[in-house]
Design a protein around this ligand. Structure first.
Ligand SMILES: NC(=O)c1ccc[n+]([C@@H]2O[C@H](COP(=O)([O-])OP(=O)(O)OC[C@H]3O[C@@H](n4cnc5c(N)ncnc54)[C@H](OP(=O)(O)O)[C@@H]3O)[C@@H](O)[C@H]2O)c1
Length: 339
């Protein structure tokens, strides 16, 4: 049988593991041009929480209906093939995560343009890196810094959710490119991780107030802000940005888990200071995957970039992994391993 994690009921407020349910179905059968993939690693990403609500923002993917399986980036091994381009045993990345088996074919969806089925040659590298630093998280961090912020070594950059999958990569890549970086996170342990292990100046966004922490670490202001959080963080960034500063809107996780991100109420500072703010989705920049992989793989191999994972074992723990990641209980890239 194939166990799939489905939406049991729409979460009322914060997601609870009981809002999700594992449902058995027969292992699906691939048709012509399709392959059956046995999933080995599931990427646990915040954005699926957006699709568990009654409605989703205009331009985003539609909400899931109760009973429908969750989707997400995943890696797996081809178990049966009806596509001559794939052989049994190939490692494949795709978007039909949160289940043990998936039928993957040319028509398989992307997530916002990212994640079309692809064979992965991981060589000596851990395969799950292709869901993290060499996959979506890496591309997102790279695009945000290089394309959206046009980061320079002269910049002082703030990265929010800096101990998370995207944030830790963005903060370290920016520092490696010569920028002055400060990162924020939600616990003293994460702040210690950023400071002591990643070498990034860091603060806990809970205490003291964001504006106070930013002033303490960047007394003359910041030039660029990599926004993973939205709401109060984005508001504080607009106040802290120097004239002609830039913002990359990567995500707004403070508004995903049952609460709507509030603000910013100070948008006029963009006019007053001539700021530039641009949202992006990594899937619009797939052409940058190769330069991203070359840069990040080089740093990983040389030990210049630290990558941490929070791993949950078994499909029965995928819901718990999602709840833990949204609540801040995980560090680095959150994954579910099905081996
Ligand atoms: N644009 C794109 O193409 C793209 C692609 C991938 C991801 N994203 C976005 O990038 C962001 C980070 O994703 P990720 O996969 O790297 O997740 P992550 O940072 O590894 O995990 C989410 C983190 O969000 C933090 N958080 C939760 N509620 C918060 C709140 N109210 N205020 C501040 N922080 C809060 C928690 O860390 P703390 O303990 O620090 O609170 C939690 O660990 C998300 O917004 C995601 O949607 C965008």
């Amino acid at each position: 049988m194939n166990r799939r994690l489905c939406l049991a009921r729409r979460p009322a407020g914060k997601l609870s593991a009981t809002d999700l349910v594992l449902i058995d179905e027969p292992v699906p059968v691939p048709g012509p041009g399709e392959v059956l993939v046995r999933n080995t690693w599931l990427s646990i990403d915040p954005s699926i929480r957006i699709r568990l609500a009654e409605t989703t923002p205009d331009g985003y993917l539609p909400p899931l209906r109760p009973g429908e399986p969750l989707t997400g980036l995943a890696l797996g091994i081809v178990a049966e093939t009806r596509d001559p381009a794939y052989a049994v045993g190939d490692l494949v990345s795709h978007t039909l995560g949160y289940r043990e088996f998936a039928v993957v074919g040319a028509g398989s969806q992307t997530i916002g343009g990212y994640g079309a089925p692809a064979r992965i040659d991981n060589g000596d590298l851990p395969p799950q890196w292709f869901l993290g630093p060499l996959g979506s998280a890496g591309l997102t961090a790279y695009v945000g810094l290089v394309e959206i912020l046009e980061l320079t070594a002269a910049d002082t950059l703030w990265v929010s959710s800096a101990a998370g999958a995207v944030g830790a990569l963005a903060a370290q890549l920016a520092a490696l490119r010569g920028a002055t970086v400060l990162g924020s996170a939600g616990s003293p342990e994460k702040v210690a991780y950023l400071r002591d292990e990643l070498g990034i100046a860091a603060f806990d966004y809970h205490d003291p107030a964001l504006a106070e922490s930013l002033t303490a670490l960047a007394p003359t202001g910041i030039d660029a802000y990599f926004d993973n959080v939205g709401g109060d963080h984005l508001t504080a960034a607009l106040d802290a940005l120097r004239p002609h500063g830039r913002v990359a809107l990567c995500g707004a996780v403070s508004g995903y888990d049952g609460t709507a991100a509030v603000g910013p109420p100070n948008l006029f500072t963009m006019v007053a200071k001539g700021l530039r703010m641009r949202g992006f989705r990594a899937g619009s920049f797939n052409h940058l995957e190769q330069p991203m992989r070359a840069e990040i793989a080089g740093h990983l191999a040389a030990g210049r970039l630290i990558h941490r994972e929070s791993v949950f074992d078994g499909i029965e723990r995928a819901g718990e992994a999602l709840v833990a990641m949204l609540s801040g209980a995980t560090t680095g890239k959150t994954l579910c391993r099905l081996l």
